[in-house]
Ligand binder design. Structure first.
Ligand SMILES: C[S@@+](CC[C@H](N)C(=O)[O-])C[C@H]1O[C@@H](n2cnc3c(N)ncnc32)[C@H](O)[C@@H]1O
Length: 184
């Protein structure tokens, strides 16, 4: 089994990916956008849940794109396009992507614009991960303006760690999972 190549900010912790993808509700054949893909770990897990996904992995950082390409190759991810640049520009262009069914947003720079573009692309389900409270509030407000706000889940995970031959728990940074659904 390959080890995932990491970059700063990623990979997203597996427990956070699990809750995020369960909220997303992927279906076989969906067009899935991994916005701010970092290492691509969310796309890799998404491809285990749903068959024949068309994956659009987007990041503005060169090192993230290189890690995603390596990880996709090592984990046998097919039918994926790795797109370089500002997500709101890429999602706004009809040349790169004509429609999206579900989107995971792990990179929240320009979140208002990203959400607008995902709604224009007819996304039925959007999940945003945020650690800063200001980003959480901005995301909720933008989703309410766009009439897609569903819920926020605050996830706090503690992981076992050895101590003097026994076991203690160390807390991970809490993450807010903000969920948007198309009303219809
Ligand atoms: C926290 S990391 C994502 C981690 C990723 N989910 C993983 O599992 O590796 C956030 C990433 O989003 C990217 N990013 C943030 N805002 C962006 C934007 N507006 N457009 C493109 N990339 C963005 C950053 O470059 C960074 O690589």
């Amino acid at each position: 089994m390959s080890e995932i190549v990491s970059v700063s900010g990623g990979p997203t912790k597996p427990e956070i990916i699990a809750v995020s993808l369960s909220k997303l509700g992927l279906k076989d054949g969906d067009r899935f956008a991994d916005v701010g893909c970092g290492t691509g770990s969310v796309s890799i897990e998404a491809a285990r849940i749903a068959r024949n996904l068309a994956i659009y992995a987007i990041d503005a950082r060169k090192e993230a794109l290189l890690a995603t390409e390596t990880n996709f190759k090592n984990f046998g991810i097919k039918n994926a396009r790795v797109l370089a640049g500002e997500a709101s520009d890429i999602l706004g262009s009809t040349e790169s992507i004509d429609s999206i069914d579900c989107a995971f947003v792990g990179g929240t720079k320009n979140i208002d614009s990203i959400l607008e573009k995902l709604v224009e692309k007819k996304a039925r389900s959007i999940v945003v991960n945020a650690v800063r409270i200001e980003t959480v509030v901005r995301t909720i407000e933008a989703m309410k303006r766009l009439d897609i706000f569903d819920e926020v889940v605050h996830v706090a995970v503690s992981r076992s760690a050895p101590i003097a031959g026994e076991t203690m728990f160390k807390p991970e940074n809490p993450v807010y999972i903000v969920v948007g659904k198309r009303q219809s």
